[in-house]
Design a protein around this ligand. Structure first.
Ligand SMILES: Nc1nc2c(c(=O)[nH]1)N[C@H]1C(S)=C(S)[C@@H](COP(=O)(O)O)O[C@H]1N2
Ligand SMILES: [Mo]
Length: 227
C-alpha cells in the first residue's frame, strides 16, 4: 500500500470517529473553549476543526472516564518492584514542566504546548527496571490503543508522563489523567488515558504500527505525512 493511500484511509477513519464523538459530554479546558458553541452541530465542528490547534483523537469513539479514587497506573513487567500508583501518588512525585511543540503525523502541529508531569526516570527509580528491559509498552484505558518507546527515548530531557496541559489537569478529551509526551516523535506515540506501563525486552507493535506506521516516529524522518 502506498504511503498516501494509508494516510487517506486513516484520515477518513479518524473523521468518522470524530463524528461519532459529537454526542459525548466534554469536560475541562476543551469544553470551556467550546462553550460558546452549544449545538450538536457546533460540537461536531469542534471535533473536526482545530481548538487551540488541537484535534481530539480516539480510535474507539469513546473516551475513558477518569475516577481519581479508583484510577491506578500499573508499572510492571521486567522490574524489580512492580508498582500500582494512585493519582495522588503520581502527583506527589517531583513535578517537571516544559513547553514543546506537538506534531500529529497527519500534518497538524500545536506550538508552545505547556505540559507538566513527571519525568520517566522518577518512575524507573521506583520500579527499578531489570537489565533485560529495553522498552516500555504503554497501554491505554481506551482499548485497544497502545504504543511503546525505548528506555533510551524515555530518558530524553523532554520526555514526560504529563498530567497537566496549559496549567490545568489534563482534560478528558486530552487523555485524563495522564498521557505520554515525546516531542521528537509524532503524536501517535503519546498514549492518552494511560493505565499501564509494562517494561519489556522488545518493543511490541502499537496500534498505529500495526496499521503501517513506523515504530520510530521521528518528526520529519519517519514514514508518516511530513508537514
Ligand atoms: N488512547 C489514545 N491515545 C491517543 C490517540 C488515540 O486515538 N487514542 N491518538 C494519538 C494521536 S494519533 C494523536 S495526534 C494524539 C492527539 O492528541 P489529542 O487528542 O489530545 O489532540 O493522541 C494520541 N494518543
Ligand atoms: Mo496523530
Amino acid at each position: 500500500m502506498q504511503a498516501d493511500q494509508r494516510h487517506y484511509g486513516r484520515r477518513g477513519f479518524l473523521l468518522l470517529v470524530a463524528g461519532g464523538l459529537s454526542s459525548l459530554a466534554w469536560a475541562g479546558p476543551a469544553s470551556r473553549l467550546l462553550s460558546p458553541l452549544t449545538s450538536a452541530g457546533s460540537q461536531l465542528l469542534g471535533d473536526l476543526l482545530p481548538v487551540g490547534g488541537w484535534r481530539i483523537y480516539t480510535i474507539s469513539g469513546t473516551m475513558p472516564l477518569f475516577d481519581p479514587s479508583s484510577w491506578r497506573l500499573e508499572i510492571d513487567g521486567l522490574v524489580k518492584h512492580p508498582h500500582s500508583l494512585s493519582y495522588d501518588e503520581l502527583r506527589a512525585l517531583p513535578k517537571a514542566e516544559q513547553i514543546s511543540t506537538f506534531h500529529c503525523v497527519t500534518g497538524w502541529t500545536v506550538n508552545n504546548v505547556h505540559w507538566a508531569g513527571v519525568r520517566f526516570q522518577q518512575l524507573f527509580d521506583l520500579v527499578q527496571p531489570l537489565p533485560s528491559a529495553t522498552a516500555v509498552r504503554f497501554v491505554s484505558a481506551e482499548h485497544p490503543y497502545e504504543d511503546s518507546l525505548t528506555l533510551d527515548q524515555l530518558r530524553f530531557p523532554d520526555a514526560m508522563l504529563a498530567y497537566e496541559l496549559g496549567g490545568e489537569p489534563l482534560s478528558r478529551p486530552h487523555g485524563a489523567p495522564a498521557r505520554v509526551v515525546l516531542p521528537e516523535m509524532y503524536g501517535y506515540k503519546g498514549v492518552k488515558w494511560l493505565t499501564r506501563m509494562e517494561l519489556v525486552e522488545r518493543q511490541p507493535e502499537g496500534y498505529w504500527e500495526q496499521n503501517g506506521y513506523d515504530q520510530d516516529a521521528w518528526v520529519g524522518r519517519s514514514n508518516g505525512y511530513h508537514s
